[in-house]
Write a protein that binds this ligand. Structure first.
Ligand code: NAD
Length: 341
């Protein structure tokens, strides 16, 4: 539920001081929890309110793919957050927003969300190129799992965002410390899981230069949107992927050896290990390109052959069989389902 204070805050989002009704401007801007003395902003040409009593309300998400869209949706359904969903261009970002809209509509159809709440969530998401995230309090990078690309993104953000903007990355496995070193400012890992609107866990990853206060702050944001943060130190794959990606990789190996069919491998792990889905279906959901990238990082960082990506995984990625997002991976999917669920 959106509280009234936050609706007021939202109403004034990006409005110029002159657009604020005199009755409110005369006194103070009353939010749910705070009274912001407008005198503080009186001499500014544009009043952008990105904080609510220290709570960051404008979130930038870079990359409108599976994870970026999911993260944007997870924030949009929570009280008081505005999201700017960015991609290489506005059209790509709009495609991400259309996917979110469809996901919200599905929730309404299933009776899991009211039409009013879905409309409010959709209205809280704006789109644009990466530069549209310049005035966000927190920017979460969710582009492809590629260190060079992520470095490029953070360099671009460092040029357009203020010094107080929190830089976070949704990387599944890459070094937070290396990303921070490249922009010479703190970066924190904010690792959501797929599908981000549903999965409760957020790994909050501290690099060598991440101040503990930043870790606490980002953990508090995760809690605020109904997630459960688990703090972890920077290391390849963090906690979950260090265990999960090798399982998907091993399942690919078992399939390649012809020991069992894909459905039987998955059934074995569902019924024998009480997993809600099998490792091959999970790989398809995550994206086999992402699984391969995680294995490559685990292997190159540790040098341990137990993390060697299986050739079948590599071959499937080369062939464009990435899982749900391309319609075919270990299994086939009727329609290309960007959300993977
Ligand atoms: N898929 C998962 O299950 C999962 C889970 C957790 C974390 N992650 C991580 O999240 C990140 C994104 O993964 P994904 O599965 O969403 O990938 P994806 O391929 O679905 O989406 C990546 C998006 O990044 C965009 N992009 C590429 N270059 C860009 C640029 N220069 N500027 C802006 N946008 C750009 C692409 O257009 C695309 O929309 C990766 O780091 C991945 O490791 C993935």
């Amino acid at each position: 539920m959106k509280d009234s204070g936050n609706i007021i805050l939202r109403l004034f989002f990006n409005r110029t001081v002159s657009e604020i009704p005199a009755s409110i401007k005369k006194n103070n801007l009353q939010t749910g929890k705070d009274v912001i003395p407008l005198g503080l902003f009186g001499n500014l040409a544009t009043l952008r309110i990105c904080m609510n009593g220290g709570k960051i309300v404008k979130i930038g998400v870079i990359g409108a793919g599976t994870m970026g869209s999911g993260i944007a949706q997870a924030f949009s359904v929570c009280a008081g957050y505005e999201v700017v969903l960015c991609d290489v261009n506005k059209d790509y970002a709009e495609r991400g927003r259309a996917g979110i809209r469809a996901a919200l509509d599905k929730l309404v159809e299933k009776g899991k969300m009211t039409r009013t709440a879905a409309d409010a969530a959709a209205a809280a998401i704006h789109t644009g190129p990466n530069s549209a995230a310049s005035d966000c309090g927190l920017v979460i990078e969710a582009v492809l799992e590629n260190m060079d690309l992520k470095k490029e993104i953070f360099k671009e953000l460092a040029e357009i965002c203020g010094p107080d903007t929190i830089f976070a990355t949704n990387t599944s496995s890459l070094s937070i410390t290396e990303l921070a070193a490249c922009v010479k400012r703190p970066v924190v890992g904010m690792h959501f899981f797929n599908p981000a609107p549903v999965m409760k866990l957020v790994e909050v990853v501290a690099g060598l230069f991440t101040p503990p206060e930043l870790v606490s702050r980002v953990s508090a944001i995760a809690l605020d949107i109904g997630k459960t943060p688990v703090e972890v130190k920077d290391s390849a794959g963090f906690l979950v992927n260090r265990m999960l990606a090798p399982m998907v990789n091993e399942a690919a190996g078992i399939l390649a050896e012809g020991l069992a069919s894909a459905p039987d491998i998955d059934t074995a792990m569902k019924l024998g290990a009480n997993h809600p889905m099998g490792p091959l279906a999970l790989g398809d959901l995550i994206g086999l390109d992402v699984c391969l990238a995680v294995m490559e990082v685990l292997y190159s960082e540790s040098g341990d052959p137990k993390y060697r990506p299986h050739p079948l995984l590599r071959k499937m990625v080369r062939g464009g069989l990435l899982g749900r997002k391309t319609g075919r991976g270990f299994f086939e999917y009727q329609a290309v389902d960007k959300k993977g669920c």
